[in-house]
Design a protein around this ligand. Sequence first.
Ligand code: TPP
Ligand code: MG
Length: 579
Amino acid sequence: MTERMTGAQALVRALEHVGVDTVFGIPGGAILPAYDPLYDSTKVRHVLVRHEQGAGHAAEGYAQATGKVGVCMATSGPGATNLVTPIADAYMDSVPIVAITGQVASAAIGTDAFQEADISGITMPITKHNFLITDPADIPRTIMEAFHIASTGRPGPVLVDISKDALQADTTFSWPPTMQLPGYRPVTRPHSKQIREAAKLIAESKRPVLYVGGGVHKARASAELLQLAELTGIPVVTTLMARGTFPDSHPQHMGMPGMHGSVSAVGALQKADLLIGLGVRFDDRVTGDLGSFAPYAKVVHADIDPAEISKNRHADVPIVGDCKEVIGDLVAVIQASGQKGDYTEWWTTLNGYKQTYPLGYETYEDGTLAPQYVMERLSAIAGPDTYYVAGVGQHQMWAAQFIDYENPGTFINSGGLGTMGFAVPAAMGAKMGRPESTVWAIDGDGCFQMTNQELATCALEGVPVKIAVINNGNLGMVRQWQTLFYDQRYSNTDLQTVRRIPDFVKLAEAYGCVGLRCERAEDVDAVIKKAMEINDVPVVVDFVVHQDAMVWPMVAAGTSNDDIKIARDMAPKWENEDE
Ligand SMILES: Cc1ncc(C[n+]2csc(CCOP(=O)(O)OP(=O)(O)O)c2C)c(N)n1
Ligand SMILES: [Mg+2]
């Protein structure tokens, strides 16, 4: 059945049909026609944010916590350009979001009209796909295509830019439309010959490692991963984007690899004779100097995106496919073969790394708080069913290291782009997607000052997130590099929050939230418990911590993983150095 309506009404109707329940955004001239029918929608809740960047990160947090497509909306020009950072963020971390922007009237496009920005041109390299609509008849089909593209294959951001006249004009609406995507057919079924090749390499290997990335959770393949790991007895490392995909408490878990990874995880990769890369992209933060990364290893690399395979490291066995299917098929082939590798010696080496080089940290005699201790207590008190959402910097690395993740998807952070300001709005989105769950944001004092205006949104919309500001008074991660590589010349990293500018407790109160402060180790448990008891309004805890706590271990940028340091000028001793 077809109905007459405006392009704007068709947009809202299409959003309802694809199952959208939440849209984060801010109106303005070009998108205004869409906000009128949105006002009447009983299915779509629009959340008025305070900055479009917040809308984009909220959509990402919502998407990551629910597995559904997150949606943000903005007007043309500055509204749209404020979405550029979250769109780039979603692109780097393969997060399915759809960004809907108003564009100036089609006749004015290209004239430098008021609030005109070529947002489809600007976002071309940072979207999985984008659309510019000038004909209202295209709206329903394009919305359906946008959601399909964002959520299938390798997920990612899709932008739909709609000219104001297309929103205002009359059109006919019918559902479902027919998608026209002849060139888009992501391969999900892996090739059986490649699976057999991979199984053969696994059976032959003496020192294999399952190198697990964000793609495994995106494929909802944690159960299959656990099965594969336990069937084969192979050690597992989980990247920053995969924390929780394999339980931290599992004896086969070696930790997080990379620049701030554990010695056991980094050592496992460096000494391996076979890497089974699943939904990973051999990111430079994991590999360190590529030329000396995992020098003895053959590589099996499975990913849904063929462009990732052999991009950074040659794959001996390339597998294009969905990780759920890849891992499932691997399990079946290995079970049928009845072959099992002998990794006894390998486990002796790896357990040696684990025992000799556990994660640790410094405590301070002057009574100042160690940030890592805050993470440990948060982990113990809030538990593994909580969603933890981090900002970017030292606190993010401590959150990755010192919180125990047992459930897939419970650590949400900005991995690829490293976007300061991610945590508060992403936590808001996660909490709206999972209202029954506890959501803790772990933010830096620097990051928090970039997007804390969304506290107003949280307070007014009834989104009781909890925010731990790890307040070291500094752009701590940058300060750490200045300490190590710039002769302790602290150029422009002191935020002077010791002067309480701003006072985070007062700031929280000004936004209608509860503000708490904690400066001593003995108060940490009580303040976390107090925050856990407040479930009607957002809570901000200002954890004032030591300014010079460092993130260890560390592989200095551009150096080899073999040169990992566990503290300043302290390297682990590797056995078999001459291997
Ligand atoms: C938008 C943005 N600007 C700059 C940076 C560079 N940067 C990375 S970490 C960091 C410091 C973050 O400071 P804070 O939020 O206080 O976290 P801390 O490292 O102190 O825990 C900076 C400036 C970035 N990642 N993102
Ligand atoms: Mg800081």
